[in-house]
Design a protein around this ligand. Structure first.
Ligand code: AMP
Length: 362
């Protein structure tokens, strides 16, 4: 059974690696011949255009995607011919921050106050509502903190507008959150639903650095998170793995954004849960029973960002699992991750200290 995947990055590569034991095979489509999935599966190099898509789709059981910045039209073209999951309408909402926040609002899910902005005048008007600080974000094509500008005082407004290139944007009020969490949920073609325990995320410069799972002191938030996750999934008739990025604000969860795909804050599930997010995504899109999302002890995931490492040095720390994506190392680029897993939370802390020291010193 061959699955087509749009996008051939590390997420796709890990999808393929999770699918092989299930007897699946894969074909990826990516504009770059260096796409990391190409090292482990068939890779078609090409743009997301009709002619390429039709050739790509030949003989496939179904199609999924691991990258959000693909044209919606590409998904729709494929969806006329074969099953495409997650459904195109989920991608449509997630691609546009305005549609996404409006969608959360419509479902009664708390979200930062926001104002659509398509001119400097609207930005001035929006700033009167949000006050400072506020975040100006492009509606489309933002990721890892790109396409955002922090407006600390009204004097930053001109610079913010110029930096983002005057494209349609939204202005968001600054949320004084206690911490950032994410919810990973999965819904199958048959409507079966499962959730992983909440994950605590730490970002630097807009890029995810570290995830802890299960998130410490989060049991009391799990039901709240799952209720909003379920509302999102049902509204979209969702199929596949869904990640929702959340802010915790005085015990209340606010939705910041969602990703209709496997997610970086779910990498810990490979070793840290009974069934990984990658395997469960595949089970969901194929209409197979979902696997258990129960955690195996405690896990911390560290992203390797623009950093080469010496595998033997980090693997000396007990509980370490290394995932190297086969990419050239460049500043700011996610080139791999490490998951540290342990049955005891206290021991995990001690091992994490050892691991972080090894990652700092050459
Ligand atoms: P995003 O691209 O929306 O995920 O934003 C990247 C990061 O910026 C988030 O993970 C937060 O750390 C921060 N951030 C985004 N929006 C807000 C907000 N409205 N208030 C405070 N921090 C934010």
């Amino acid at each position: 059974m061959r699955i087509g995947v749009l996008g051939g990055g590390q997420l796709g590569r890990m999808l393929a690696l999770a699918g092989y034991p299930l007897g699946l095979s894969f074909r990826f489509l990516d504009p770059s011949e260096e796409a990391p999935a190409g090292q482990v599966a068939e890779l078609c190099v090409g743009e997301y255009e009709e002619e390429v898509l039709l050739r790509f789709a030949e003989g496939l059981e179904g199609v999924t995607y691991e990258f959000e910045n693909i044209p919606l039209k590409a998904l729709e073209t494929l969806a006329h011919r074969l099953p495409v999951y997650p459904p195109p309408q989920a991608l449509e909402v997630a691609q546009d921050r305005l549609a996404e926040k409006t969608f959360f609002q419509r479902l009664g899910i708390p979200t930062p106050r926001f104002y659509p902005v398509s001119s400097k005048e609207e930005l001035w008007a929006g700033l009167e509502h949000t006050g400072c600080p506020a975040l100006l974000k492009t509606r489309r094509l933002g990721y890892d903190g790109k396409g955002q500008y922090l407006i600390r005082t009204p004097a930053d407004l001109e610079e913010a507008w110029a930096r983002l290139g005057g494209v349609p944007s939204i202005l968001e009020a600054w949320v004084p959150f206690t911490r950032e969490l994410s919810l990973l949920g999965v819904r199958s073609q048959k409507g079966e639903v499962a959730f992983y325990p909440l994950v605590e995320n730490h970002h630097q410069g807009g890029i995810l650095r570290k995830s802890r799972a299960p998130a410490p002191r989060s049991e009391h938030l799990q039901a709240q998170a799952q209720a909003l996750g379920l509302a999102v999934m049902e509204a979209l008739d969702y199929v596949g793995l869904l990640a929702i990025e959340l802010f915790e604000v005085e015990g209340v969860l606010w939705a910041n954004e969602m990703a209709p795909r496997v997610h970086n804050s779910g990498h810990w599930t490979i070793e840290g849960a009974e069934t990984s997010q990658f395997e469960n995504h595949l089970r969901a899109v194929l209409g197979w029973p979902l696997g258990s999302t129960t955690p195996r002890g405690h896990a911390v995931m560290l992203n390797l960002i623009g950093q080469a490492i010496e595998p033997a040095r980090v693997l000396e720390v007990p509980g370490v699992h290394l995932h190297w994506y086969g990419k050239a190392v460049r500043p700011g680029r996610k080139v791999g991750h490490i998951t540290l897993r342990c049955d005891s939370e206290a021991r995990l802390e001690a091992l994490l200290e050892r691991l972080e020291a090894r990652l700092k010193t050459p």
